[in-house]
Ligand binder design. Sequence first.
Ligand SMILES: [Zn+2]
Length: 562
Amino acid sequence: MADKTGSIDVTTNVLSQSEVSPFAIFDSLRDDNRLPLKLLPLFLHEFTHHWCFDSQVGFSFFLLREHARGILGTEQEPASIAKELARPVLKYNLAMRILMPLIEGIALFAEFDADLGETGSISVPLDYCTGLFQTQSSQTDLSPRKWSNLIRSARFSPTGRGRKKIVLSAPLGLTRRSDYLRGYLSFRAIHRRAASRNHTFENDTDFFLTYARHVFFNDAVLANLLLDQTMRLETWIDAFLSRLTERISWLSSGQDREITSQFDQLLSSKRYDAFKDFHLLNLQSTDITRWNNEIDMRKNDPTNGFASQSGTRDWRRNFLVLREIRSVIRLAQTSATIQITVDNEVLADGRRLGPHNTEKNFGNDQHSGRVTLYFVPEIKTLAFIADVKGWPVRIGLPKAFLDHPSGRMISAAITLFHAMEASGIYGKSDIVDMQEMASWFIGHLELEASTNRRASTFWNEVAFWDVDAAQKEPLQGKMEFAGIGQLLDCDDLLLDALCAISVCSATNRPLSDIDAHFRSLGLEKRSIIESLRRNQDQNGFQFIDNAVTADTHPEMRLKCFV
Ligand SMILES: [Zn+2]
């Protein structure tokens, strides 16, 4: 998920971003008691990726890659290694090609659209962000309106609008960047259809985000398919796509209100159990039983149950570390000069980060090292790791957490993961680059290319669901190089205005809110809306609600579909 400013390693769930350093976060929390608002879009996006991969489907991807890494660690002939690797590597890559638009689409929906509404539940990324982006005093009084105002400011900021303009101007032609626009438009189309049938999805877009995340990423059938050992690859691709079609149609049918309300109640009261309440996601008990068995068999060794068992002892230990590291969020990392004072305080680039809790004596010289800031979801706490001479020093994890078995496990995993990084085990040659490895299997390159084309056609169908059949092909042609930007004849001001309208629409605010912005662009509201409507009549792709006019709706709460 390499975005412009951030990315997530799909299997280890480790977030990297170049936007903000751990020190800037530390300073901001110390001085303002919250993070700068301009970072909210970035973290909403990346936290959503993290949440989606911390799931049944995400865990299956992890097992596939770990299986491949285990095979690489065996002492077999290169030819037999390549033969064994083909299946997990290709399946991983093909499934990624198919799911990538969805993976980006859901994260972009969280970034641009999701807002709290009528239900009692809150999505996981938003929950983490409310803790990080609101001051302590306002956290105790989180009203949906307050949060809407905050999120609206972040999305309306030049950074927020700039990020949206990049996505809307992404190409729709066959490049990796097209996953963003194709995925975003697809996810919006699914939401639009679901919301027209179930007004909870209309009134609570954050709830829709949560439900959709469970429907797709906790789908035991997709997760089981990823681990399947029996199907021929061609048959397997058909099965994967057809399951995805079923999930899209289940979600966009809007469901019985009873189902979504039960799901909301269980989530709100923190009683939702993926292994018990699967009927709310239209799953069968046999799917869940199969998934449970797969996980039981492989939770300590991903090669169990596969054709050949492999992997060295070190690799097995590293697997357990990576399995645990998937649950924590790496917020930021930087190199720094580190010094440990005589009273065990850790100073990094002169900042006092806090006392460490290791027995080791570092002396009080200055060392060049690295500082990483983690967010530990289980206790919603930030913790620093300072790497001094290849030795990870923990700062900020409360004693009560460290005394608890799961806290001990997570904390040990963080420490060991840093040791793995320091020794080059993780992040360098030993880790499997699945993309690169696919090129070993020359005979399968055409299969990857054809799956890529199929996936694009598949998602284009979803993205342009409501477009007239005759207009679909010419429309896609007109979006090949610069997406919606191209459709608007690369009129940057009009694109900016469309992004501003979409911010109002996402938080159900009237257009009068952004009159001043329109004036600053030198544009007049009425003419913007006329231009957009002319464009949509001509191209068949709807940006905004046709029914609303300034005369019929003086407040102009305009629905925006992109
Ligand atoms: Zn992304």
